[in-house]
Design a protein around this ligand. Structure first.
Ligand SMILES: *Cc1c(COP(=O)(O)O)cnc(C)c1O
Length: 380
């Protein structure tokens, strides 16, 4: 069977691919060498490997799996999600323009604003889940990158990737999608029209809250892509072999982790929607969510594992609910097998996050236990 015919579940279960020829092992080996030998004619013994900064087999194996999962032609791993984001934005020349979605992962907004100010790059922020608003901003003039995040964090807004592509095209920009909260199992932005998809692999792709990483995957190898690749090799923002190996190991169970987490999240969303002490549930799986219909088509495998909800009351009420939770750890991040809860207003008070908003990342525990925990914390 050709690899291209494999379904994501199969690709993931055997991530890293074939048996290790040398040992016969069923998992890929780690090669920690920082340099590789040449023969007596000065040709590298392995033509792919000269020095570890740009060349490592297990990093390439993990990249191959990620590119295949997203339906892309190439992937580049970075030591964090932010390093991947920065690598893309660094290709924008001084005097350029970028259009970024408002109300997204806070550190993306913060870094892009600071970077673009230093480079005299214009940043236009817009609620990209409103396709007409995005189109209007794009029509103002040429741009280099349109950046969207769907579902967005922590608002869980859904952006129409196909419509965003049209808007990006109209101003000559590349469309890049941060698909971290969706996972490659639930959405494939490149197939919907995006030029580049980005994931913080720190989150559900690794899934065990123990490896920092990020990836960019492209639909085609453009000059911008080549610039990113060359810069990564030369400037050295590379993932190490141990991290790449752990990532591959984590990815082998991604399909089943996501399936369970999505199922748990849907049950929790239903429970919270009916709860008298909950004001609103922000989760695309809830029929009243404004992005629900779009999410149905864009996320055919399920609505994800991330949600926010507003508790009735004030800041203190919300903090007390978070404080009473026993199974949900009070910690930032998302996508791990362990459930987490965050009071986002404490972290980013200036971005208009409601004081009563709690964001949860639903893990792989039993849904009934998680619901019981939320029940006791909310006070039935
Ligand atoms: C975590 C996250 C990032 C940043 O990734 P790091 O691996 O923490 O650098 C970017 N976007 C989203 C949506 C994230 O959740």
């Amino acid at each position: 069977m050709e690899i291209k015919d494999m379904r994501p579940e199969t690709l993931l279960a055997q991530a890293g691919g074939a048996i290790d020829e040398q040992s016969g092992g069923v998992v890929p080996p780690i090669q920690p060498a920082t340099t590789y030998v040449r023969d007596e004619y000065y040709n590298p013994l392995n033509p792919n490997n000269v020095y570890a900064r740009p060349h490592n087999d297990v990093v390439r194996q993990a990249e191959t799996v990620l590119a295949q999962l997203e339906g892309g032609v190439a992937a580049l791993l970075f030591p964090s999600g932010m390093a991947a984001i920065a690598a893309l934005f660094r290709t924008v020349p001084s005097g350029g323009r970028v259009v970024i979605q408002s109300g997204i992962y806070w550190n993306t907004t913060k870094w892009v604003r600071e970077f673009c100010e230093r480079r005299q790059i214009v940043v236009d922020e817009v609620d990209a889940s409103d396709a007409a608003a995005l189109e209007a901003v794009c029509s103002k003039g040429p741009a280099n990158i349109v950046w969207v995040e769907t579902p967005s964090n922590p608002w869980l807004k859904i952006t129409d990737v196909g419509a965003a592509k049209k808007a990006a095209e109209s101003c000559g920009a590349l469309l890049a999608v941060d698909s971290t909260a969706a996972s490659p199992v639930l959405t494939n932005p490149l197939k919907l029209g995006a030029d580049i998809v980005m994931h913080s692999t720190t989150k559900v792709i690794n899934g065990h809250s123990d490896v920092l990483g990020g990836v960019l995957i492209c639909k085609e190898v453009s000059p911008v892509w080549e610039e990113i690749e060359t810069d990564r090799g030369s400037a050295g923002a590379v993932m190490g072999p141990f991290e790449a190996w752990l990532l591959l190991r984590g990815m082998r169970t991604m399909a089943i982790r996501v399936e369970r987490m999505v199922d748990n999240a849907m049950q929790i969303a239903n429970y919270l929607s009916d709860h008298p002490k909950v004001e609103t549930v922000l989760y695309p799986g809830v029929p009243s969510h404004e992005g629900h219909a779009l999410a149905r088509t864009q996320m055919p495998g399920g609505f994800g594992f991330l949600m926010s909800f507003l508790v009735k009351g004030d800041r203190e009420t919300a903090l007390k609910v978070a404080g009473r939770l026993k199974l949900f750890h009070r910690a930032t991040s998302l996508g791990g097998v362990e459930s987490l809860v965050e009071h986002r207003h404490t972290i980013e008070p200036h971005t208009g996050i409601p004081e009563t908003l709690l964001r949860i990342s639903v893990g792989a525990e039993h849904a009934d236990d998680l619901i019981a925990d939320l029940g006791q914390a909310l006070g039935q």
